[in-house]
Design a protein around this ligand. Structure first.
Ligand code: SF4
Length: 245
């Protein structure tokens, strides 16, 4: 039997809206699982036997394409690969602060990525530790190959909205990244710090900053990102902000 959003919400999820999955409500989480194949196990409160049975039902309906939203990430990745197809990653080592190493099929570009390394050959990218790379992560990396690394960080932080032609991207950043981060970690700043440190974040000293948490992340060489977090309180909701150098 297929699981609709309502089935999942009513029969599988605990309906406590605890936000441990990163969504504000169980219903929002259910919608993401059914239409975008978001992992059901990201709700840590489902009994193991219910989780196994539900995952099997979901796998069947995903295979039939039932209720699935068109996967825009596949289109984005195809486009990014086409754009980067003429680049030879080993020519980019100096610009991107990577190194050239011998791989199984020839030379590869080895690039630091958070706390680990990427191996890039043509437009194929893999993590050196064998971990999974999401499609949008690959798009981000391919775009970086195509046009990143030309400028050195200046120490001047800016919000996304301050860059040229980024109004729609700033709205997307707010809706898809900053707002979910604020919801997920409201009242849980210790966990936020712990999770960020696990991907290499370090303390960031900002003059005059009011954020309770200011952390520096370096996903790729010369790409520093500041994560600022205000935990709110009273009538003020938590807020998260990403800043770029
Ligand atoms: S983790 Fe998400 S889906 Fe699970 S109970 Fe909490 S809010 Fe609901």
């Amino acid at each position: 039997m297929a699981l609709s959003v309502v089935d999942l919400y009513k029969s599988v999820l605990p309906r406590t809206n605890c936000r441990d999955c990163g969504f504000a409500t169980c219903l929002a989480f259910a919608g993401k699982v059914v239409s975008e194949q978001y992992p059901l196990k990201n709700c840590p409160h489902i009994p193991p036997e219910v989780l196994v049975a539900s995952e099997a039902e979901l796998a069947e309906q995903y295979a039939k394409g039932l209720w699935l939203r068109r996967d825009l990430s596949a289109d984005a990745l195809r486009w990014a690969k086409e754009r980067a197809a003429s680049l030879n990653p080993v020519d980019l080592a100096a610009r991107l602060a990577g190194e050239i190493v011998e791989g199984v099929g020839g030379q590869e570009l080895r690039l630091p990525y958070f706390t680990g390394f990427l191996r890039i050959e043509g437009t194929e990218i893999r993590r050196e530790d064998g971990g999974e790379l999401g499609r949008y992560e690959q798009v981000f990396i391919l775009n970086h190959l195509a046009q990143g690394g030309w400028r050195r960080p200046t120490g001047i932080w800016k919000g996304f909205i301050e860059f040229d032609n980024t109004v729609s991207k700033a709205v997307t950043m707010q809706k898809a990244v900053e707002a979910p981060l604020a919801v997920r970690f409201a009242g849980k700043t210790g966990e936020l710090r712990q999770r960020a440190e696990a991907v290499g974040a370090t303390e960031l000293a900002l003059t005059g900053g009011t954020a309770q948490i200011s952390l520096l992340l370096v996903p790729l060489p010369r790409i520093p990102v500041a994560l600022l977090f205000w935990d709110g309180g009273g009538d003020f909701p938590a807020q998260a902000k990403l800043m770029f150098d």
